[in-house]
Write a protein that binds this ligand. Structure first.
Ligand code: ACO
Length: 311
């Protein structure tokens, strides 16, 4: 009966055991995972757009090869995550349909434009850095398939973060114009990167329940603080500044204090009013439509081979 199942589920979560696809789970746990994993998957594939913008204009063959590999990795992350969502009984078609019709979200960060080559560096350093900070604890998420997908994703994200850091370092130590371009990119990406961690804890409607279920291991504000603490010394090594006059080491807390985040901007971006929301979703729908023939061909091929006909 349900009470016994619920009891077994609670005990497994309490013992830090993994919940697997065939295990009984509360409907709300399943729904929360589908919501978060879908949003995460959508972010990976929408996140290909701002950087793909620079593939044809990368300043060297080496930079171009690195960037192409990185953008392809993001597509792969989308695939692992859609597969993880499928283990919960939700098909990829359904999730993509919800993305395309605006019924599911993707990360706020990908609604900002990539104006210069230095943005590729700032995205790697800050955006992928924030993603890793958020995702490393997800490797210990209570739901097995999501946790396992995260292990590989985090390894690849670490490479992305380093390529961004190295790119920014080269610009920062380059000509005065290159240094200024790197600084401008960091100035524009810093605050939106802090918003990636989600609303402040007292406005995060899902946090308490998700932490109880051990889907989330840390609150939004905890991870945001961890990220700021990591970035301050890295910015110094890069020879760049962070655009926050209130950044100050707090001896008592053992953390960096930082200034107020513009949450109005965050909620506006979530409502669809960011600088690139319209462009991102239009491009995504177009890419999906243009890929129809590939999906049809793959389905026809699969049908032919499972149907037992040869040739
Ligand atoms: N962008 C868009 N929406 C966001 C963001 C963000 N940065 N942060 C929070 N939200 C949304 C939540 O999805 C939720 O809306 P919903 O109820 O319609 O789903 C609402 O704001 C309230 O937020 P929370 O209650 O704090 O939501 P949650 O507990 O899911 O925490 C978080 C948000 C931290 C982003 C969590 O979902 C998470 O860890 N997700 C996995 C990581 C991820 O998605 N990363 C994508 C960007 S990184 C990359 O792809 C490279």
């Amino acid at each position: 009966d349900t009470a016994a199942y619920q009891h077994a589920f609670d005990a497994a979560v309490a013992a830090d055991e993994r919940i697997e696809p065939r295990d009984w789970m509360p409907d709300a746990y399943r729904a929360t995972l589908v919501r978060q994993i879908a949003q995460h998957a959508h972010s990976e594939i929408i996140g290909m757009q701002p950087e793909a913008n620079w593939i044809t204009r990368a300043p060297s063959l080496r930079r171009k090869a690195i960037l192409m590999a990185k953008v392809q990795d993001e597509a792969g992350h989308g695939l692992y995550l859609y597969s993880a969502a499928e283990t919960l009984g939700t098909g990829r078609d359904e999730l993509l349909d919800k993305l395309h019709s605006g019924r599911q979200k993707y990360s706020s960060i990908f609604n900002y434009p990539t104006l210069t080559w230095a943005d590729v560096g700032a995205i790697g350093w800050l955006v992928d850095g924030a993603a890793i900070t958020n995702q490393v604890p997800l490797c210990r998420c209570s739901y097995g398939p999501y946790a396992r997908a995260m292990v590989r994703i985090c390894k690849e994200e670490s490479f992305h973060q380093r390529q961004g850091y190295e790119l920014l370092l080269a610009l920062s130590k380059g000509t005065p114009e290159q240094h200024a371009m790197a600084q401008d990119a960091v100035d524009r990406w810093w605050w939106p990167s802090l918003m990636m961690f989600g609303p402040p804890d007292d406005e995060s409607q899902h946090s308490a329940q998700s932490m109880e279920w051990k889907i989330k291991r840390h609150s939004n504000d905890e991870l945001r603080q961890r990220f700021v603490d990591i970035c301050v010394p890295q910015a110094e090594s890069l020879g760049l500044t962070l655009p926050d006059p209130d950044l100050r080491w707090n001896e008592e807390r053992g953390h960096w204090d930082f200034g107020p985040i513009d949450w109005t901007e965050f909620w506006e971006v979530l409502k669809g009013n960011g600088p690139c929301n319209e462009q991102r979703i239009t491009q995504r729908r177009r890419a999906h439509d243009e890929g129809t023939w590939v999906r049809e061909a793959a389905a026809a091929y699969a049908a032919k081979h499972t149907g037992g006909t040869s040739g």
